[in-house]
Design a protein around this ligand. Structure first.
Ligand SMILES: CC(C)(COP(=O)(O)OP(=O)(O)OC[C@H]1O[C@@H](n2cnc3c(N)ncnc32)[C@H](O)[C@@H]1OP(=O)(O)O)[C@@H](O)C(=O)NCCC(=O)NCCS
Length: 160
């Protein structure tokens, strides 16, 4: 079911469009990540990510500008590695919409993720999306914080 998804894809706010993410947008994703996320990946880690056929980046693009992105890994299930949106756009439901449109586009039936117990905003966000806790892993992150492992089962019969 995922064969229609290109390796790296673009989400346009007015409707989803799955196309190859250009080099320029890849660089913008790296810069935005550096600016917004608490921990950063090295150039080598990004290169590995862009090259891997099991990783996907969905970029939220409006008027040619990058507003946010999500990174995914696909094996026998989908795992959400990161999602972020520019701070000035937050709180308007944009990320929820971005996530929901993405899971429809990639036809994910189950999504797994890990989140730090210290990231209260993200936990609320995932709860709002319907994620449920699977378990808690002690000292999972570099800062010593525990991780919550969450899962979302998507019911397409009720979602379309
Ligand atoms: C998590 C994040 C993507 C949420 O983005 P957002 O655009 O503000 O989210 P939305 O506006 O779509 O909010 C949807 C729901 O999530 C919850 N939520 C979002 N931000 C919240 C916050 N700061 N505090 C509490 N609940 C929050 C709310 O329930 C909200 O619904 P409501 O407005 O009807 O109450 C954003 O805060 C972010 O980019 N954070 C930094 C990166 C990060 O930590 N990502 C997650 C881990 S990789």
């Amino acid at each position: 079911m995922v064969s229609t998804v290109m390796n790296f894809s673009i989400k346009i706010i007015s409707g989803i469009e799955l196309t190859k993410l250009t080099k320029s947008f890849r660089e913008q994703v790296e810069v935005l990540d550096q600016k917004l996320m608490g921990y950063h990946w090295t150039k080598a880690q990004w290169e590995e990510l862009w090259e891997s056929p099991s990783n996907y980046c969905l970029a939220l693009i409006e008027k040619d500008g990058l507003k946010g992105f999500s990174l995914w890994m696909h094996s026998d299930h989908w795992e959400l590695l990161k999602i972020t949106v520019r701070p000035e756009l937050r709180g308007s439901g944009i990320s929820q919409n971005f996530f929901n449109e993405t899971v429809k586009a990639i036809k994910a039936e189950k999504v797994f993720l890990e989140v730090s117990v210290r990231n209260a905003a993200a936990i609320s966000f995932y709860e709002k999306l319907g994620f449920k806790q699977l378990n808690r892993v002690k000292g999972y992150y570099r800062d010593g914080s525990d991780a919550l492992k969450l899962v979302l089962t998507i019911d397409f019969l009720h979602n379309n």
